[in-house]
Design a binder for this molecule. Structure first.
Ligand code: GDU
Length: 598
């Protein structure tokens, strides 16, 4: 009461709201007016921000928290009344006619797409000190994830526009969701690198705010242990992306500009864009309102399972069930062994890789109803079985893939399964944890993430007719991985299988110890026999034929230990580095026709 005179009328309203929501403990320790006044004003600035950045404000936050905490205390299962079964979706085989058709359709549609990268997570499990999108996707060229994503979107934009009749939307927008943990460093990375070739206006950063922590089952907001005039906050999860796209008005701008698709993707999947054209083609041809990309999933692998849930009352939905909930759900509903591999060696439930494609019309319609709020959950760590006190404060969380939970049954929700070698190679686990992953399950580490790029490129070239040696098995940072020829190419060289095939002819072969980097659009491989390292770079307009027998000492692979702190972190977390002994390296800086022959 005594401090009321410090506050503006809006702040008084906020104070009343807090008192009505039984949050008087927040003020109990407040000093006399005249002492800590700046802190008190800052407290209300923070309250105003927490209130405005949550759909429905703090009142809605506290109400939802009370409900969810009561359910959690009562041990209520969020899937009560639902029976899981294996859903049916589009299962694609790389390179067959069906796949090629979807890819063509997808490239055509791409000019009507907007991309959304969720990159607000710090990546605690990886333990890397920088932001994850700045990590090299592979160290043959050193291209970081963000650069690769942007270059691919630019290549798609060009490929798509070249197929368009008449007027073409010339710039595919990219929105990046950041958080206080990643925002400045993401801006810096873009700024230092001229947005990797995108127009600065083409990229929009949307910063997510953290949410208030909760001290107990009554949803009393938690004070920061280090500052009694601040509410403690924690990340709310990637589900924030929907309310941010809505409240920022960006979605409306895209919709008004005639765009048709929004594609969501995560910070470190270096293979993802290999799957995008075909998956977008599936969305367009099957007219899916929601299309989730999935890969065959090993039982207990730390990715959610796409599941069909049928309620007692007849409702059904196809939704991601997060990995920690899938096993108990299955056990409780007639699968006594829980989440186990079937005779195929994989779980019958496809693994959600959280690459989502939404049709923008139905999406904006739904968000207009919900304001972008999606189903949340709470995961308190209780002190004991009475479930009355928490070990540490908790908060509500949400996931972007839970969006379909509020959709009516008429919504067209589907999914597309592709091989993991093509579509999924995230970098999430630190070397120590990766080395403990059960044998046969993917490591999801910096080591496996990079090796997966080489495997994927090698397998694609094999399908296109290039003779590629089998891989050898090597151990880096305690992880056994297949080492294929180190083949990488720029997205503008080829986005689809048809494009790869059109750039390879005659008898080509690449030995296992080889490295090949293709950095240019019009580089064609013709009767090339490579045993060593070959780096070809060409500006647009330089048409280069690469052929003949290229043989040199090449680049060898050296083991490095992740504990070796004298080596840069982004290298040592891989467990290897390249020793560039000898290579054939050619750069074509002028347009023209060239033949690269040793
Ligand atoms: N992220 C945010 N804000 C947050 C939390 C995370 O933007 O508050 C971003 C991360 O930067 C990352 C993405 O969201 O790009 C996903 O975060 P994690 O990699 O930590 O996600 P998980 O491994 O916990 O799981 C998610 C899905 C799983 C599965 C998996 C696949 O929840 O179902 O699909 O990704 O990689």
């Amino acid at each position: 009461q005594k401090n009321l005179s410090l506050l503006s009328p809006e702040q008084v309203e906020l104070a009343k709201m807090l008192l009505e929501k039984e949050q008087s403990h927040l003020f109990q320790h407040w000093s006399e007016p005249g002492v800590n006044d700046d802190e008190k004003r800052a407290f209300f600035d923070q309250i105003a921000k927490l209130n405005s950045s949550y759909p429905g404000g703090l009142v809605a936050y506290v109400n939802t928290a009370r409900e969810l905490l009561a359910d959690s205390k009562a041990g209520k299962n969020p899937y009560d009344g639902f029976t899981p079964s294996v859903p049916s979706g589009e299962v694609l085989t790389y390179g067959d006619d069906n796949f090629v058709q979807f890819e063509e359709a997808g490239v055509k549609e791409a000019r009507k797409a907007a991309f959304v990268l969720v990159a607000g997570g710090l990546g605690e499990r990886l333990g890397y000190n920088g932001i994850k999108v700045a990590l090299p996707r592979e160290t043959t060229t050193g291209t970081c994830f963000l650069q690769h994503y942007i270059e691919t979107i630019l290549a798609l934009q060009e490929a798509s526009c070249s197929l368009a009749e008449g007027n073409c939307q010339p710039e595919i927008p990219l929105a990046i969701m950041t958080s206080d943990d990643t925002h400045l460093r993401t801006m810096e990375l873009l700024g230092k690198n001229s947005f990797f070739g995108m127009k600065p206006t083409q990229v929009k950063l949307l910063k997510q705010e953290k949410v208030a922590c909760l001290d107990d089952n009554e949803a009393h907001l938690a004070l920061d242990p280090h500052n009694k005039y601040r509410i403690q906050t924690k990340p709310h999860g990637h589900g924030d992306v929907h309310s941010l796209l809505y409240s920022s008005g960006l979605l409306k701008v895209w919709h008004d500009a005639g765009l048709r698709w929004v594609l969501f993707f995560q910070d470190t999947n270096g293979l993802l864009f290999k799957a995008i054209p075909a998956a977008l083609g599936v969305s367009a041809i099957k007219q899916y309102h929601v299309n989730s990309l999935a890969v065959p999933r090993k039982a207990k692998e730390a990715i959610g399972g796409i599941t069909k849930l049928t309620h007692k009352d007849g409702r059904t939905m196809v939704i991601n069930v997060e990995y920690n909930q899938l096993d108990p759900l299955l056990r409780a509903s007639g699968y006594p062994d829980g989440d186990v591999n079937s005779e195929t060696g994989y779980s019958p439930f496809p693994g959600n890789i959280n690459q989502l494609i939404f049709e923008i019309g139905p999406y904006i319609e739904e968000l207009t109803k919900t304001g972008g709020a999606i189903k949340e959950f709470v995961n308190p760590k209780y002190k004991d079985a009475t479930k009355t006190a928490f070990k540490s404060s908790t908060r509500l969380e949400c996931m972007m893939q839970d969006y379909p939970k509020t959709l009516p049954p008429s919504a067209r929700v589907g999914f597309t399964v592709m091989d993991a070698w093509l579509a999924y190679a995230p970098v999430k686990n630190n070397p120590e944890d990766a080395a403990k992953v059960p044998k046969g399950n993917p490591y999801h580490s910096a080591t496996s993430g990079e090796m997966a790029i080489y495997r994927s490129h090698s397998l694609i070239l094999r399908k296109a007719g290039v003779k590629i040696d089998d891989p050898v098995i090597q151990v880096f940072n305690g992880q056994e991985v297949e080492v294929w020829s180190r083949v990488v190419w720029k997205p503008k060289w080829a986005l689809t299988f048809s494009e790869v095939k059109s750039k390879v002819s005659g008898n080509c072969s690449i030995s296992q110890r080889s490295t090949m980097a293709i950095k240019g659009r019009d580089i064609a491989l013709e009767d090339l026999s490579l045993d060593g390292a070959l780096i070809t770079e060409a500006v647009d307009g330089a048409e280069v034929k690469v052929g003949g027998s290229v043989q040199n000492k090449g680049w060898t692979i050296e083991n490095v230990d992740y504990k070796e702190t004298s080596i840069p972190e982004e290298i040592r977390i891989r467990g290897f580095r390249f020793n560039k002994v000898e290579q054939l390296e050619k750069t074509y800086t002028d347009p023209g026709k060239y033949f690269l022959k040793p």
